[in-house]
Design a binder for this molecule. Structure first.
Ligand code: R5P
Length: 310
């Protein structure tokens, strides 16, 4: 097995390498003066089972291009099998036409990755599970529950818990987590009654006096979570916390969150934290390295991955 890291999330790649006790393969990923990307794998990979680790997070286009070029280098280097390990799959939110003459960019990205020559994809908490169907090669879409559940159980032991989906699209994920935690479930229904009038946040479910945990796949601007936290507090929630898989945290998200009624936000390390994010004391990171590392090991050994989630 060979593990190769792209530049998007070196700390996670190193943690996966430590979990597997397999060093990262030496590679040289550099830019030419016109910013073109060049990849050279510095060790023999002929006949090897190769795993290239790269989140297509900010700067998404550069990181995606680096992934495609690395796959090409691995294929031309005669790797036996290439798995693209994409902890955060960028462009996933563009998974359907939102209007006339708009793209389905998630499908285009899937086509590009496939055309570059990967044999399989290993990713985590896709924005929509159906994105697996955009590929005609095997895709393992890991779920975050084994990372979030033990910490929530330990931290909120004895509290009356309510898992909350901040929008209707996230209900399946929130319900699955609520079931594992034997907690209540609530849903925020966002409505804009008229164009130009601010959103009304209807809380569906009983949250009064409960510790509410918002669960989502992505926190980007932070608007969804912060508005949901305000709605929960005004409906009588005792405390509001959030557990989100992918901390995109763009623009002024970090300061928005630190000023919100949300007590803590936990994100995973599928996206490397920026210095701004690290500076916010109520944003903490949980690592998915052992879960991803175990999934890589099982792929290599041709063992079940779904067994990890039973
Ligand atoms: C949307 O469907 C996603 O699940 C997230 O709720 C959304 O991307 C969060 O974005 P933001 O933090 O910008 O509100």
């Amino acid at each position: 097995m060979k593990l190769i890291a792209g530049n998007s999330n070196r700390p996670l790649a190193e943690a996966i390498s430590a979990y597997l006790n397999i060093p990262l393969t030496q590679s040289n990923i550099k830019r030419f003066s016109d910013n073109e990307i060049f990849v050279e794998i510095m060790e023999n990979i002929r006949g090897k089972d190769t795993f290239f680790i790269q989140s297509t997070s900010y700067p998404s286009n550069d990181n995606l291009m680096e992934l495609l070029i690395a796959i090409d280098a691995l294929r031309r280097g005669s790797a036996r099998r290439i798995t693209a390990v994409i902890p955060y799959f960028g462009y996933a939110r563009q998974d359907r036409k939102t209007g006339g003459r708009t793209p389905i960019s998630a499908k285009l990205v899937a086509n590009l990755i496939t055309a570059a020559g990967v044999d399989r994809v290993l990713t985590m908490e896709l924005h929509a599970g159906q994105i697996q169907g955009f590929f005609d090669i095997p895709v393992d879409n890991l779920i975050v529950a084994p990372v979030f559940v033990p910490q929530i159980q330990e931290k909120f032991n004895g509290d009356k818990l309510c898992i909350v989906s901040p929008d209707v699209g996230g209900v399946v994920r929130a319900r699955a987590l609520a079931k594992r935690l034997s907690a209540d479930l609530a849903i925020i229904d966002k409505r804009r009654e008229k164009a130009g009038v601010s959103e009304v946040m209807n809380v569906i479910g009983e949250v009064e006096g409960k510790v509410c945990i918002l669960v989502d796949d992505i926190v980007d601007s932070g608007g969804t979570l912060c508005n949901a936290a305000v709605a929960l507090k005004s409906n009588g929630a005792k405390e509001v916390h959030a557990y989100v898989v992918h901390g995109v945290l763009s623009g002024s998200a970090a300061s928005l969150i630190s000023d919100s009624p949300m007590k803590t936000l936990v994100v995973t390390d599928t996206i490397a934290a920026t210095e701004d994010v690290k500076a916010v004391t109520n944003i903490n990171q949980l690592s998915v390295a052992s879960l991803m590392g175990e999934a890589i090991r099982r792929t290599f050994e041709e063992r079940s991955i779904s067994a990890l989630f039973r």
